[in-house]
Design a protein around this ligand. Structure first.
Ligand code: SAH
Length: 344
């Protein structure tokens, strides 16, 4: 199965395949998903602990310098309480995510990780940006077991243009450090970034396999007018589109080339396709949903792009589970939901 999807075939499915071929691809990915990770949708409680950020990524609303955003940082009690509520709602994982916020010191995060794992039978995933290896090691020893660090694009020129002062090599090194330390490591890209080519998107999919990542999250790029990249992008033949068809094709290809990874149906997929896209992604290879459990009013302030419509994690937790089951015909998985290698 793996060798079938070489670079040329991946590019073909992304750029050239017709609707019938894509339907086949989604159905095959759905079968491989069932064989490799089973019929359970894994829910991860997403807790956005700070929207403060030191970086200047050209596409992101959290970027330093954006004045059109209300900044917040949860305090220790708000974080621990929100994780506790998520545990009571039945989540087996809490994902603490933020901008690159130096005020979130290693010690602060350490003490929160220790408190959560001592109180709840819950996996802790971190997505706090680039951090030194010794800090990552400390957080792992404290009890964090997964880390998400998207590589965003593997096109080096595009990466350089979109991320002033950052380095693609540093991201790659951190992803390999994470795995060496023992974390389950996640990566991902945005689909339809201005200047992104079909060839580079194929390269991203192959990179997930080559890095042997444990988790993948890919969603459409959504233009944010309060960023330098701004409103709309120019469309030429080689520019990747951020439409549903492309997102589903990437989701399916990710499943087919990586087999047993955890693949998220992302919030951005829901935002762009008003509900249905999320369910279709779950029947095209994805097996993870990350409902937002950030308390109000902060929840609406984590504005990486306009019109964000997160999957509600607490107010309607039971309804969400029922709706996911009804719309997809799948089950909701219990437990922590670590990656389990499937030898096929
Ligand atoms: N700082 C963390 C991640 C914070 S959340 C880290 O470096 O890993 C930011 C994530 O939202 C990014 O990883 C990016 O993939 C996504 N994102 C940012 N701006 C976006 C946009 N305009 N459209 C879609 N996704 C976006």
């Amino acid at each position: 199965m793996k060798s079938f999807f070489d670079r040329d075939r991946i590019i073909y499915f992304l750029r050239d395949a017709d609707a019938g071929e894509r339907r086949m691809l989604y159905a095959t990915a759905d079968t491989v998903r069932r064989e490799c990770v089973g019929d359970g949708i894994h829910l991860r409680a997403l807790l956005n602990i700070s929207n403060c950020c030191d970086r200047a990524c050209l596409y992101c609303g959290l970027r330093a310098g954006n004045k059109n955003i209300t900044r917040y940082r949860l305090d220790r009690k708000q974080i621990v309480d929100a994780a506790g509520r998520a545990a009571r709602e039945g989540y087996g994982t809490v994902v603490m995510q933020s901008g690159e916020d130096p005020v979130l010191t290693p010690e602060f995060i350490s003490s929160i990780i220790r408190e959560i794992v001592s109180r709840h039978d819950m996996a802790v995933t971190l997505s706090l940006g680039e951090r030194p290896r010794e800090v990552l090691r400390q957080w792992y020893d404290d009890g964090a077991s997964r880390y998400l660090l998207k590589h965003e694009t593997s096109d080096l020129v595009l990466y350089g243009r979109l991320h002033p002062g950052m380095s693609f090599t540093a991201r790659m090194e951190m992803l390999s450090s994470l795995k060496e330390i023992g974390y389950q490591a996640g990566s991902g890209v945005m689909i339809g970034l201005p200047g992104q080519t079909w060839e580079s998107l194929a390269g991203d999919i192959m990179l997930f396999r080559d890095l042997d990542v444990d988790m993948i999250g890919c969603g459409p790029y959504i233009a944010n007018p309060h960023t330098p990249l701004g409103g709309t992008s120019k469309k030429d033949g080689n520019q990747v589109s951020a439409d549903e068809q492309t997102v589903l094709t990437v989701t399916a290809l990710n499943r087919l080339v990586t087999g047993d990874t955890h693949i998220a149906a992302t919030t951005a997929t829901k935002t762009l396709y008003s509900g249905g896209g999320l369910y279709r992604a779950l029947r095209s290879g994805a097996n993870v949903v990350m409902p937002d459990v950030t308390p109000s009013p902060f929840r609406d302030q984590y504005l990486i792009y306009p019109g964000k419509e997160p999957v509600d994690g607490i107010a309607g937790a039971a309804e969400l589970r029922a709706e996911l089951k009804k719309q997809t015909g799948l089950e909701i998985a219990g437990g922590r939901g670590d990656r389990v290698r499937c030898h096929s």
